[in-house]
Design a protein around this ligand. Structure first.
Ligand code: 13P
Length: 249
């Protein structure tokens, strides 16, 4: 399975700075695309603007959330059909920052997942345990609940394992920790969805940097990485996207 590198820009980027970043990334991304899929997820305000540039370079366009309804009286919200209309192909759902700041629940995320699929978007569903659950050895039960409650039985999208204690801290999980967690998650996924083990793409996210990207991407079962802070610099995002590949000079 091809690995996927997703840049989650979070709430960063204005017209000029976002365009410059996307231009710098796309100008050097072509060799990577022979081996890996690349998605950039800028804020909503830049989606329509960046769509033509990314599509010319075969970089996929991602959004960072969508509403569960296709339209209606939901001031300030954006629906999956609106995203599809702009050329968005992937949508990040259930990110821990939205769970924390917007009180998103597993049941609400599941509705968004179904709606995204209905409109042809590939959902990238984020799950992850916090530091307390990890210390109390409750992480596996927590992750299993997130899988069971967020993913409908017909789910064929992408799962992103983002331990909350690693996000934005500068300290990624170790390759050993990622491997054991991903082995667990692939098992939980295949039981819940009644599919073959490892048939789903599972990404790792949390302080991925160019220095440790090659060892993370080499972990068995890792379907790619979801990058936050390091996706805001073309040099570091490209360093991650190229990590471990032997590219022609
Ligand atoms: P950082 O890479 O900044 O830790 O963020 C990870 C993340 O939240 C990606 O969705």
């Amino acid at each position: 399975m091809r690995q996927m590198i997703i840049g989650n820009w979070k709430m960063h980027g204005l017209l000029e700075s976002g365009t410059d970043l996307a231009r710098e990334i796309t100008s050097a991304i072509e060799p990577v695309l022979a081996a890996r899929d690349v998605v950039l997820a800028p804020p909503f305000t830049l989606l329509g603007h960046l769509a033509p540039l990314l599509s010319r370079h075969a970089v996929r366009l991602g959004a960072q959330d969508c509403h569960a309804e296709p339209e209606g009286a939901y001031t300030g919200d954006i629906s999956a059909v609106m995203l599809a209309d702009l050329g968005v192909s992937h949508v990040i759902l259930g990110h821990s920052e939205r769970r924390e700041h917007h009180h998103e629940t597993n049941a609400g995320i599941r509705k968004k997942v179904q709606r995204a699929r209905e409109h042809g978007l590939c959902p990238v569903v984020c799950i992850g345990e916090g530091a307390h659950q990890r210390e109390d050895k409750r992480a596996e039960a927590w992750l299993t609940t997130q899988i069971v409650e967020c993913l409908p039985p017909e789910f064929d999208g992408i799962l992103a394992y983002e331990p909350i204690w690693a996000i934005g801290t500068g300290v990624a999980a170790t390759p050993e920790d990622i491997e054991s967690r991903l082995t667990f998650l692939h098992g939980a996924l295949s039981r819940h969805l009644e599919t073959d083990d490892k048939s789903h793409r599972v990404l790792y996210g949390g302080s991925v940097k160019p220095e440790d990207a090659a060892s993370i991407l080499a972990v068995s079962g890792v379907g790619g990485v979801l990058v936050g802070g390091a996706s805001l610099s073309a040099k570091s995002f490209l360093g991650i996207a190229q990590a471990g590949l032997s590219l022609a000079p």
